[in-house]
Ligand binder design. Structure first.
Ligand SMILES: [Zn+2]
Ligand SMILES: [Zn+2]
Length: 344
């Protein structure tokens, strides 16, 4: 089979590799159809994945946003799984015995294994995985199915933020994750304001029916977002940028007794006024990846929002051009929303 292998920092090569063996008990052999590329893939490719995230280990087949069909089933798989079925892949496998696992938070497992990061991922023609990481999905094609993974992060963020119908929610960052957070929060009945530097990204947000604000400077954005959010500011802020100025703006704009939710990844540091946390008694919440319940909900969100999800896919490449696709995505951040690599 063909596999796009990241052999070392900045170098991905298409190689012929032996097919995986037949799936064992509880395992599923997948034929990936389409793989979405995201920011963490760029970090991995550049050798910049933080040690806390397991670091970049080479060689590795990347790809953790995977839409696939089932090629073969091992024994002991759950009855709903069938050969030929289209599925979305939950990339996380938890250890089951560390502290976060013991308190029902397997998505923050100390020893987690992510497909495409710690074990080989979707940029290959066949992939063997655990049956509990495979979710049947009613999606028109593999690229829509692949979007269940980024949507699952948004589902997690909305759950952590405890967003209620009618609440005003500000989302900083209109990249794929910010767009998905806006979509999932709107589905919950929230009023959403999305903030970004780029008008073209805000245009996409308006297409899903949410309000938008162009980032000018932090002070002005905080003022306008507080005005929009009601007398004391918005009860919920979600940062999907990881940019220090945006994170600071989120904490500054959120209402007293509100929730500030960090989704954007970064190794940067940010300066906050400590009093913002005590005076406002903010809940400052982090979001990692999702658990199985979040992923199942993400699959349902994707099934209900086929068109909105499809509009997020901005560029498509065949597997043979996977190295170019990654470089293109990294070099054109303003133009790219979601790059999808098709297996074929
Ligand atoms: Zn991702
Ligand atoms: Zn664990």
């Amino acid at each position: 089979m063909r596999a796009a292998v990241t052999e070392r920092v900045g170098s991905m090569t298409l190689l012929d590799r032996p097919d995986p063996p037949s799936p064992g008990p509880g395992e599923v052999l997948l034929a990936p159809e389409a793989v979405g590329i995201c920011g963490s893939d760029y970090h991995f490719f550049a050798g910049e994945l933080s040690d806390a995230a397991g670091g970049s280990q080479f060689p590795r087949v990347q790809g953790h946003e995977v839409g696939a069909t089932i090629a073969a089933l091992g024994g002991d798989c759950r009855g709903e799984l069938e050969v030929g079925q289209r599925v979305a892949l939950m990339p996380l496998r938890a250890c089951g015995h560390c502290y976060p696992c013991s308190v029902g938070r397997p998505n923050t497992c100390d020893n987690f294994e992510l497909i495409g990061i710690h074990v080989d991922g979707g940029l290959q023609e066949l992939l063997c995985t655990g049956q509990d990481q495979v979710f049947p999905i009613g999606a028109a094609d593999g690229s829509i199915a692949a979007m269940a993974e980024p949507v699952s992060i948004a589902v997690r963020a909305v759950r952590r933020a405890r967003i209620e119908p009618g609440e005003r929610v500000v989302v900083l960052g209109a990249g794929p994750i910010g767009q998905c957070v806006a979509l999932v929060a709107s589905e919950r009945g929230a009023e959403v304001l999305v903030i970004d530097l780029q008008p073209s990204r805000l245009e996409r947000s308006r297409e899903i029916g949410v309000e938008t604000l162009l980032w000018s400077n932090a002070e002005e954005v905080v003022r306008q977002a507080r005005q929009w959010g009601g007398p004391g500011g918005p009860p919920v802020g979600v940062d999907a940028t990881g940019v220090p100025a945006a994170v600071r703006a989120m904490v500054d704009m959120v209402a007293s007794a509100g929730r500030a939710v960090q989704v954007g990844m970064s190794t940067s540091e940010v300066t906050l006024r400590i009093g913002s946390l005590t005076e406002k008694e903010l809940d400052l919440l982090g979001v990692s990846c999702c658990d199985a319940d979040d992923f199942a909900e993400a699959v349902a969100v994707v099934e209900r929002n086929d068109e909105a999800i499809r509009r997020l896919v901005s560029h498509e490449f065949p597997l043979a051009e996977a190295p170019d696709a990654l470089r293109f995505a990294m070099n054109n951040p303003t133009e790219v929303m979601k790059v999808v690599i098709w297996n074929g």
